[in-house]
Design a protein around this ligand. Structure first.
Ligand code: NI
Length: 247
């Protein structure tokens, strides 16, 4: 059930049987020549909503405005400071906690959200779990099988496949059909969690916006399968979380 599609009486009734909520977090930023600006938010929202359906739980509207400073030299990107994003997430959690929610499950779709989300503090009676949709093995089996190293770090074929299944296919032009520059293992290790440089430098280093990802390998049918794998895995993990399992 989507929180914003419920009436407050329905939320009150839900709280009598569960105090869990899935909160997606994404971004509004460039995703290469054929990826949608909202890719991270659209993926996280769709997976959170689907997982909530399977688990009989509530999913919240996505925290879509997020830190993406390195992409600000690409038009369409919107970026919040990590401090503002962390404060927003903290206030959302505190408000929901005051109404009786106690298990906060963040389903993330954007690397740079992880550090600020980990700053959230919940009371001793509440619990927090933060997972990215690519953390789950059934999802990664598909990503490895279809894309291997070409999954890369940004404008990944997996996330583009999901938005193709959900929304829109931008046919790859010459720019997107050419493979991106290959990333070294050292680069990947140094930039995990979207630790990228200043905007102008980032655009100069990655002129079409892709960071090691061959987006043109994306297929809408891959997106359908990735969505199903991710929704199922997140639903299972969420149910274990509200059931009291800690990991
Ligand atoms: Ni993304």
């Amino acid at each position: 059930m989507k929180l914003d599609h419920l009436a407050w009486r329905e939320v009150e009734a839900y709280l009598k049987r569960s105090d869990g909520i899935i909160i997606p977090a994404g971004s509004i930023e460039q995703h290469g020549p054929m990826g949608l600006i909202g890719t991270d938010a659209l993926c996280a929202q769709a997976i959170a909503d689907g997982a909530a359906e399977i688990a009989g739980a509530i999913s919240a509207p996505c925290l879509a405005y997020a830190p993406a400073p390195f992409n600000m030299a690409f038009p369409g990107t919107i970026s919040l400071s990590p401090d503002l994003f962390a404060a927003m997430a903290q206030e959302i959690v505190a408000g929901l906690a005051s109404q009786g929610f106690g298990h906060f499950y963040f389903l993330n779709g954007h690397g740079a959200n992880l550090e600020p989300l980990r700053r959230i503090s919940v009371g001793p009676a509440a619990a927090l779990r933060i997972k990215s949709w690519w953390d789950f093995e059934p999802v990664n089996v598909l990503r490895r099988q279809w894309y291997g190293d070409w999954e890369g770090m940004h404008a990944t074929p997996s996330e583009v496949s999901i938005t193709q299944a959900l929304h829109r296919v931008i046919q790859p032009g010459e720019e997107a059909l050419a493979p991106p520059q290959k990333l070294s293992p050292e680069f990947i290790a140094a930039h995990t969690g979207d630790r990228h440089g200043p905007p102008d430098q980032h655009r100069q280093a990655f002129p079409d916006g892709r960071v090691g990802s061959h987006s043109a390998l994306a297929r809408p049918e891959h997106g359908v399968a990735l969505l199903q794998a991710a929704r199922t895995a997140v639903a299972e993990d969420f149910l274990a979380f509200v059931g009291g399992e800690t990991r």
